[in-house]
Design a protein around this ligand. Structure first.
Ligand code: BGC
Length: 746
């Protein structure tokens, strides 16, 4: 979309300019001159439009809006078209309510499954996170409403979230925590962005010029309004100087900005730039050419339900128990409070008041008739020990004599939310005890899970026939769950986060959530499947996994060079070889053992969701660019493609690779600089430096051949300047000449 060019700016006073850098109320920016006051509203999976003066924790009432599946669900759909349609619906609802800026999508990486806010984020992987977020942004902005990807950056935990320093190395930042933001900024051009509460390597994300200006605007070209998370500004002047345009909510410290300009510590031009950006945001979000669509509440509800079906991940389905036959007249026991009281979204600022809501119990009853359904809650959502025994007893009685048990388990609201992290991956004890009792009845059990982030399943998975992981599905979840269980639609989700066997297997286990104000990112780039698959750690269900009601065949892989240098085109044919229509997520991973430092076994570099009728085939084509083979070189501060062999893998999960081919990638041909402190090995490997040192090398090789073979390898590790005192025929002057010569050849 092209940006409307702002009208000629009106002259603003210094005080007016200062006032622009902070809101005028909790949900409003400040107006000045020709710059309009804009309404900003949560949130990422539904509109939480509050009245002025409302709280920002999600506990107040907001105007009813469609509650779409939170990111945990939408991400599991792996469906970018769906994300785009939901983005459009969010934008439509926002615009109809007079909202200019929508505070989402959330796109931080799920570093630990304990993260309290994981339900608001897409994945442990940056590739899929970036694609789903970009589709949402495009959809939202197509309706003339600004999207606000958040929280920039490295906001991967709730514990001490307003102060903690995320201590993370440069390569890990570039390869794991920044690429999704980079993709969304460069590919979807959001009109706004929200900085995070936390510090990164000691500096508050909201006050870091390297992050907010050099990287975000300089390198990635962000031209929108950068706002703080609510209350994330600590030093108002430092934030503005670092590149933050808008502090939210207002702090009444405008005078600090005015003083800073007057005493010369802040350049007034910075304020002029803020004014320009807000003017542009105003123009973009009040575009009169874009009509406000009427909101079709029913259509949005149906979209929410369709999205929910696409999001559910079928983890287990022994003997193809699912789908159940709605016409069989079988007696079904529906057990679990979550069937009646759905958990469909998480707590905190993203909580919306849905336009309508039904639980799975209600929808199942409507589908197969009340006479076929026996219900018991089985447990209470507060998991109080005093009532647990009687509720379990009642559930066992209700289930006795049933042909199938649909057991709805999950995490109650109090277990996970914005604002705190979990400390266990276990389901509540009362629910596990209930499950154990029900298994003694020898009736096939389908466990339907409702949880915003991974729970441990390994202990009990084999004692039930089927497990349907529904995550949090939004307001259409009850309807979609009934439709999926009874085969009116298929479960379309695949895991975007690994389900580990146990908490202590998770890569950040020894570091999360840190202490003494710091959290070390010691696992580096080995986040999620990059850890499990590199180290061959057994997991309960791997990244990318999910079953459906049909089966797919993968064939005819072709990996051919693309038309642009360093690009490749990967294609494969996917066929639905089962008896029902269904969807598959074709996943493309690239791995290599080339180059140092060591790299993950493989990384997701592309995917496509296909929907196929029985017998139908589709040729899927995915593109790889140089960046897909690159690693971040922290020494040179740049992306680097090492020449060598790379494996291109196509599969239905990160551990179910059906097709693969090894290709030779030429590398980017980049020649590093050499210095006095480059090692002898680095000099030998260098095309120019190696030639200059040929005689030294010959002498060393001769020496090594004469009985000291370890010598050569030992010397390769030594900075060349050290050889000066080793009497190898190299003087300091000669070393300096060589450094200068190599530099002159670049
Ligand atoms: C959250 C943001 C949210 C903001 C406004 C903060 O506490 O971290 O995600 O948009 O509040 O509600």
């Amino acid at each position: 979309m092209t940006s409307p060019s702002p009208d000629s700016p009106a002259e603003l006073t210094l005080e007016e300019k200062a006032s622009l850098t902070s809101g005028s109320a909790t949900w409003y920016s400040t107006a000045a001159g020709d710059i309009p006051r804009l309404m900003l509203t949560d949130g990422p999976h539904g509109l939480r439009r509050q009245q002025e003066g409302g709280d920002n924790l999600g506990i107040g009432d907001s105007v009813p809006a469609t509650c779409f599946p939170p990111a945990v669900g939408l991400g599991s759909s792996w469906n970018v078209d769906l994300a785009h349609r939901i983005g459009e619906a969010l934008g439509r609802e926002a615009r109809a309510q007079g909202v200019h800026v929508l505070l989402g999508p959330g796109m931080n990486i799920k570093r630990s499954p304990l993260g309290g806010r994981n339900f608001e984020y897409v994945s442990e992987d940056p590739h899929i996170t970036g694609r789903i977020a970009a589709a949402l942004v495009r959809g939202i902005q197509s309706r003339g409403v600004a999207a606000t990807p958040k929280h920039f950056a490295v906001n991967n935990q709730e514990t001490d979230r307003m102060r903690v320093s995320a201590d993370v190395d440069e390569r890990t930042l570039r390869e794991i925590y920044l690429p999704a933001f980079e993709h969304v900024v460069t590919e979807a051009q959001p009109w706004a962005l929200m900085s995070a509460y936390n510090r990164i390597n000691g500096t508050f994300a909201s006050e870091d010029p390297a992050l907010l200006t050099d990287l975000l605007r300089g390198e990635w070209g962000f031209d929108g309004v950068l706002m703080s998370d609510w209350g994330a500004v600590n030093d108002r002047v430092a934030s503005v100087a670092a590149g933050l345009d808008l502090e939210m909510p207002p702090s009444e410290t405008d005078a600090e900005i005015v003083d800073a300009v007057n005493n010369g510590t802040l350049d007034e031009a910075v304020l002029d730039t803020v004014a320009e950006r807000l003017r542009l945001l105003g123009a973009r979000t009040t575009d009169p050419a874009l009509a406000t669509d009427p909101v079709d509440v029913d259509a949005h509800h149906r979209l929410a339900a369709d999205a929910a079906a696409e999001a559910m991940v079928l983890l287990r389905n022994e003997g193809d128990l699912l789908p159940l036959d709605p016409a069989a007249g079988a007696r079904i026991a529906v057990i679990g409070e979550f069937a009646r009281t759905p958990r469909y979204q998480g707590g905190g600022s993203s909580r919306v008041v849905p336009t309508r809501l039904s639980g799975a119990l209600e929808e199942i009853t409507a589908l197969i008739g009340a006479k076929n359904v026996a219900f018991a809650p089985g447990f209470s959502l507060t998991d109080t020990p005093d009532t647990a025994a009687s509720l379990a007893e009642e559930a066992v009685n209700a289930a006795t004599g049933a042909e199938q048990i649909l057991l709805f388990l999950g995490l109650p609201d109090g277990f996970e939310s914005e604002g705190f992290d979990r400390d266990t991956l276990a389901l509540p004890a009362g629910q596990l005890a209930l499950l154990e009792r029900l298994t003694t009845l020898n009736i096939p059990i389908v466990v339907v899970l409702s949880n915003g982030a991974t729970v441990e399943v390994a202990e009990w998975a084999s004692s039930v026939e089927a497990i349907l992981e529904t995550w949090l599905l939004g307001q259409g979840g009850g309807l979609a769950t009934a439709e999926v269980l009874f085969g009116l639609s298929s479960p379309g989700g695949r895991l975007t986060e690994t389900i580990p066997l146990r908490l202590s297997d998770t890569p950040s286990f020894l570091h999360f959530p840190g202490r003494d104000g710091h959290v070390g990112y010691g696992e580096g780039v080995y986040v999620g499947y990059r850890h499990y698959n590199t180290l061959d750690v057994p997991v309960a269900y791997e990244f990318g996994f999910g079953l459906g009601y049909t089966r797919f065949d993968f064939a005819d892989l072709a990996v051919v060079p693309g038309t642009d240098p360093h690009t490749w085109v990967v294609s494969a044919t996917i066929t639905n070889v089962g008896k029902r229509a269904g969807s598959e997520v074709v996943q493309l991973y690239v791995g290599t053992t080339e180059g140092t430092p060591t790299r993950p076994a493989h990384e997701l570099r592309g995917f496509a969701k296909v929907h196929l009728a029985p017998g139908e085939s589709e040729r899927v084509t995915l593109n790889l660019s140089a960046r897909d083979f690159a690693t971040w070189d922290s020494g040179q501060h740049r992306w680097r493609v090492d020449a060598g062999a790379y494996t291109v893998q196509v599969g239905s999960s990160s551990r179910r690779i059906h097709l693969s081919e090894t290709i030779e990638v030429p590398g980017d041909g980049w020649v590093p600089e050499l210095s006095e402190y480059s090692t002898v090995g680095e000099w030998f490997a260098h095309p120019v430096g190696g030639r200059l040192l040929q005689s030294v090398r010959d002498r060393m090789e001769a020496f090594a051949a004469g009985g000291a073979p370890e010598l050569l390898r030992m010397v390769e590790q030594v900075p060349i300047i050290k050889l000066v005192s080793w009497k190898m025929g190299l003087t300091l002057e000669r070393v300096r000449e060589m450094v200068a010569f190599v530099a002159s050849q670049r």
